[in-house]
Design a protein around this ligand. Structure first.
Ligand SMILES: [Zn+2]
Length: 272
């Protein structure tokens, strides 16, 4: 590929940014590439989520099953107050959850607490409340650990980012469009194995704090392994099902006391 002058300059700028933009995550202690600020990640995720749900709505793909929606809102509503244990700024996020009509076994939580779960998850896995709590807690853990922001930063440093910057960065409208494209792109981009392990560890603890059985993380992944396949959340860069099940089986007894303590007291809930 021929480098145009502008592209070359941008890649140099990105390289320099790459060298200086690694930040240590206060939650995981891991150094992450951060070319996008926390506020930018949240704002562009809000915009991208609104655009995505509006488009799905037009295609009648936002599921309106009242019982299903009440169930997922009750479960995520119980998880959210415990997310603030990891980061207090999450208390000001505009949390939202929707159900998307799609056969994919998938779910996500963007920066800023914008979540979705696909009907394929209900239809193919027939999850218990405890299992649904485990998957949503895992997704929330990705958002708490700044994985969206990290993926946006990695995408910016890639060829795609260079192209987006070259075409759109000159105007503020172009920048908004670019941030929007990045936020949508990263939902489809698998997390690294490291990010997955972080989300498993934080997710199982988050669910235990909200009174959800940690053993359900194990049974959820056993179901997932039997089902095979799935959406981008569960693709190739993930730990193998066996590794993951073994790790979660080891973590479950560690968070068991938090689960038992939570079971003994009334649960708080976030109101959507
Ligand atoms: Zn994940």
């Amino acid at each position: 590929m021929m480098w145009t002058g502008a592209k070359f300059l941008l890649s140099v700028v990105l390289m320099l940014a790459f060298l200086t933009a690694c930040a240590t995550n206060p939650i995981t202690g891991r150094s992450q590439l951060m070319l996008v600020s926390g506020q930018e990640a949240v704002t562009s995720s809000y915009q991208a989520y609104a655009a995505m749900t509006a488009s799905l709505q037009q295609q009648s793909k936002i599921n309106r099953d009242a019982a299903k929606l009440a169930r997922i809102r009750a479960i995520t509503g119980r998880l959210i107050p415990h997310a603030f244990v990891w980061r207090s700024d999450a208390a000001s996020w505009k949390w939202e959850v929707n159900i998307i009509d799609s056969p994919e076994v998938n779910a996500f939580c963007m920066a800023g607490g914008k979540m979705a779960i696909y009907t394929g998850f209900f239809d193919k896995l027939n999850p218990s409340d405890d299992e649904l709590a485990q998957v949503m807690a895992h997704e929330i853990a990705h958002a708490l650990s700044d994985h969206t922001r990290e993926k946006m930063s990695i995408a910016m440093a890639s060829d795609l980012g260079v192209q987006l910057l070259a075409t759109g960065a000159q105007t503020s409208a172009g920048q908004t469009q670019m941030a929007h494209a990045l936020a949508l792109y990263v939902i489809q981009m698998p997390n690294s194995r490291t990010a997955e392990s972080e989300a498993d560890r934080i997710g199982i603890e988050l669910a235990a704090r909200a009174g959800y059985n940690p053993e359900a993380a194990v049974s959820l992944w056993q179901k997932m392994a039997r089902q095979g396949g799935g959406g981008p959340e569960w693709l190739s860069t993930h730990p193998s099902h066996e590794t993951r099940i073994a790790e979660l089986s080891r973590m479950a007894p560690q968070v068991e006391p938090l689960y038992r303590e939570a079971k003994g007291r009334p649960q708080q809930s976030y109101h959507f």
